[in-house]
Design a protein around this ligand. Structure first.
Ligand code: MN
Length: 254
């Protein structure tokens, strides 16, 4: 058995398919897959990625978590239907997801909404006597001392970590988890903060003190000359938790 984690596909469906082939994911129950949020927005195949992941997660061995982009999509469906939610549609590139969604028939629309509502914010992974937590971003425990007072649950959950953050610092049971596996922040961010040398010449999985960030910037498509450098570094990554093996596919063409 092997446990794989992938995050922040952001509409790069071709890359996701290539990555699943590369890791030779076995759908027969011998492997487990955690997709830890942000399925759409940015990439051209946004709604298609949602539908693909929905279908994958019909298997009891595929577990999908909620990302901040998925939460914005759901919020738009629940509260802003028919109105412009500029934060999601424009600032977070949600318009592609929304345009794709509007073209679906009513049954599919309902199943997407139902699926979004069903997504959990975190999962526990037990492997070889160790316990890990998977969450899209910062885990929120509701008892985080000062942080719990300062931030609402919503903003605490989507908070960004720094390279030397212990995400379990304020958690009563901090000995419980070996590490958090998350996405949400493109790992180049930490590399620059921590002045870490470029391991591969492209974005790579970042290993923090008690967290592993696997968002390697698959959302960075070459929209313009401004994004050229980011697109060249963009990868979709998978982490095999059993032996901490890293897998990458180039994602800059979607
Ligand atoms: Mn993201």
């Amino acid at each position: 058995m092997a446990v794989y984690l992938i995050s922040d596909v952001h509409g790069a469906l071709g890359a996701l398919r290539r990555l699943l082939n590369k890791i030779e994911f076995r759908h027969d129950g011998r492997d487990e897959l955690y997709l830890i949020g942000d399925y759409g927005d940015w990439g051209s195949k946004s709604i298609e990625t949602f539908l693909f992941c929905m279908e994958l997660s019909e298997s009891p061995h595929v577990h999908c978590l909620m990302g901040n982009h998925d939460a914005m999509f759901l919020e738009h469906l629940e509260k802003n239907r028919g109105e412009e939610n500029i934060t999601w549609l424009k600032m977070n590139m949600g318009s592609k997801t929304w345009e794709g969604y509007k073209k679906l028939n009513d049954t599919r629309k309902a199943s997407v909404e139902k699926w979004l509502k069903s997504l959990k914010h975190s999962a526990e992974i037990s492997l070889n006597g160790e316990l890990y937590m998977a969450a899209h971003a910062y885990p929120y425990f509701g008892n985080r001392g000062n942080l719990g007072e300062i931030y609402s649950e919503y903003s605490a959950e989507w908070k960004r970590m720094r390279w030397n953050t212990d995400p379990f610092l304020h958690y009563h049971g901090r000995k419980k988890y070996r590490a958090l596996i998350c996405g949400h922040t493109i790992t180049e961010h930490y590399r620059e903060q921590a002045a870490i040398k470029d391991k591969y010449g492209h974005n790579a999985i970042f290993f923090g003190p008690r967290f592993i960030d696997i968002d390697c910037g698959a959302k960075c498509f070459e929209y313009s000359h401004i994004w050229k450098r980011e697109a060249a570094r963009a990868r979709l990554a998978a982490l095999r938790l059993d032996d901490i093996k890293e897998f990458y596919v180039n994602s800059n063409r979607g």
